[in-house]
Design a protein around this ligand. Structure first.
Ligand SMILES: Cc1cc2nc3c(=O)[nH]c(=O)nc-3n(C[C@H](O)[C@H](O)[C@H](O)COP(=O)(O)OP(=O)(O)OC[C@H]3O[C@@H](n4cnc5c(N)ncnc54)[C@H](O)[C@@H]3O)c2cc1C
Length: 475
């Protein structure tokens, strides 16, 4: 996939691995190095890709534990795969070459939330929902909100540049990252950025680290930017008569100069999947959910009401300010992943992104691809920023070649519309075969050079999109 010079993957010879595990156990203590059956859960994440077992799982509880692990891994040339909540969708945390899973869930704790600086300093194993709760208690706000917020962790969020519905107004995790302490793949301590909200001083390496998917270093401390909590939030669910109707309503909301924090879309096929467990109004076929932060949201509600009343594509509108009622309106969106799993044995959920004005055209592409390759599909996602979760569903293994062809067509259509393979999940192993179609040879060579500078022996997360020499079809 990449034509730039690459280091070969670490050898991971059985004798070297055994010696490394003995050295790790001696250095960290046996309670932090798990082998045997305790490794079983660590060859899976929330992606459909198979992976070998790791040789061991190191449960790091301090920065020293991380550094010791990386230094010994370099000494014995064995791979290290950093891991946080394991909710990744692309197989980025899977140990393709075995070696060590470096689990950071015990490297946890919110060290500080500062009202004065509007910052939070956290360890990578903090669960995102816990940070949200701590901020809310202090009248503060950390916007990124991937739907996995109850289980994903800040280390994984930074490493994937996670998004979520609110990315439309507020941006993804990278926009909120002020600084990060890292142990590089070479085993060096590196302190990047800090607590200032602005910085124009040299290359901003913390921003390069965001989205690096565990290929450059391991985050051990993360400094994030916060906002004062918006005084009120209005959530509006707009049931529309059709998919094109929903697209027209979304366009009308933005053309009328509303600034929603989120603008989410569920297509007709998605609504059909959740219909059983929901009160879908008569005539409601597709759904938009918009959310607005600020003061005086009743003024927004009234102005929006006037706009929506005049639109023929709108069927029924529900609005709520009360947190419990707002959560109920989001319930349908949050239930999607599980509801989809109930109607199919297998699914692939992609997160392609196109310039937002091309989202409607991409939906047409998806319909055409589904018909051409005879695959079942549904689409939902972040209509506001053109980031669509296109899902392909199948039951029988003999359908898989058609799914693969549809996937290929989807990525090529996305790139042809000036889009990207990933709006928020990252590349992992899932999109390695298409990486070169999005990134030029020069860009890939530069990325490989960065990787070599941070991780000279190539021990960190080998087999992924940078410095890898195989893709998931072979593993
Ligand atoms: C139901 C569901 C809904 C989801 N919704 C969204 C959504 O709305 N938006 C979105 O963006 N994503 C979403 N995701 C995907 C996933 O939750 C995100 O990618 C998340 O950021 C992964 O975090 P994690 O803690 O689970 O990381 P993991 O899966 O453990 O790891 C992900 C990557 O980060 C690396 N990594 C982990 N910790 C570190 C560290 N300390 N230092 C360096 N690298 C590290 C790993 O090596 C791997 O490459 C969803 C997933 C599920 C299951």
């Amino acid at each position: 996939v990449t034509d730039a010079p690459q280091a070969p993957p670490p050898t991971s010879a059985p004798s070297a691995t055994r010696a490394a595990l003995r050295a790790l156990t001696a250095a960290l203590g046996p309670s932090k190095v798990a082998t045997g059956d305790a490794r079983l859960p660590w060859s899976r994440d929330d992606s459909p890709y198979p992976s070998p077992l790791p040789d061991a799982v190191v449960h790091a509880a301090s920065e020293d534990d991380v550094q010791t692990t990386i230094r010994l891994a370099n000494e014995y040339s064995i791979p290290v795969v950093p891991r946080a909540g394991g909710t990744g969708r692309t197989g980025a945390a899977l140990p393709l070459y075995g070696g060590i899973i470096l689990a950071t869930d015990s490297l946890s704790g919110i060290e500080e939330i500062s009202k004065e600086d509007l910052t939070a300093v956290v360890r990578p194993g903090v669960v995102l929902a816990d940070l949200h709760a701590a901020c809310t208690e202090m009248g503060l706000f950390y916007p990124p909100d991937p739907s996995s917020l109850g289980t994903c962790m800040l280390g994984g969020n930074v490493a994937t540049n996670a998004g979520g519905p609110r990315a439309f107004l507020y941006g993804s995790t990278r926009s909120w990252l002020l600084g990060v302490d890292v142990i590089t793949g070479g085993g060096e301590r590196l302190v990047l950025g800090g607590k200032t909200r602005k910085r124009s001083s040299g290359y901003e390496l913390s921003q390069l680290f965001a989205g690096s998917e565990g290929t450059l270093g391991v985050a051990t401390r993360i400094t994030l930017k916060l906002l004062p909590k918006p005084p009120e939030t209005l959530t509006v669910a707009v049931w529309c008569r059709s998919d094109p109707g929903a697209a027209a309503v979304a366009a009308a909301i933005l053309a009328a100069r509303f600034s929603p924090a989120s603008l989410e879309f569920l297509d007709e096929r998605t609504v059909d999947v959740v219909r059983g467990g929901l009160a879908v109004p008569e005539g409601g076929r597709a759904l938009l959910i918009a959310e607005f932060d600020g003061e005086g949201v009743e003024v927004i509600a009234e102005r929006l009401g006037n706009l929506l009343t005049g639109l023929p594509d709108v069927c029924v509108v529900h609005a709520a300010v009360d947190p419990a009622r707002r959560e109920a309106l989001w319930g349908v969106r949050r239930a999607l992943s599980l509801a989809t799993r109930r109607v199919t044995r297998h699914k692939i959920s992609e997160d392609v992104v196109v310039p937002r004005g091309s989202a409607g055209a991409l939906l047409d592409d998806v319909a055409r691809i589904g018909e051409t390759h005879r695959v079942r599909h549904l689409t939902y996602g972040h209509a506001g920023d053109g980031n669509l979760h296109v899902n392909f569903l199948w039951n029988d293994d003999d359908e898989k070649p058609r799914i693969d062809a549809a996937l290929d067509a989807l990525f090529r259509a996305t790139l042809a519309r000036g889009g990207s393979l990933s709006g928020e999940h990252g590349i992992g192993i899932a999109k390695v075969p298409w990486f070169a179609a999005e990134h030029s040879a020069t860009s890939r060579a530069l990325q490989t050079a960065h990787k070599a500078a941070w991780d000279p022996k190539g021990i960190l997360n080998p087999g992924k999109w940078v410095g890898g020499d195989r893709n998931h079809r072979d593993c």
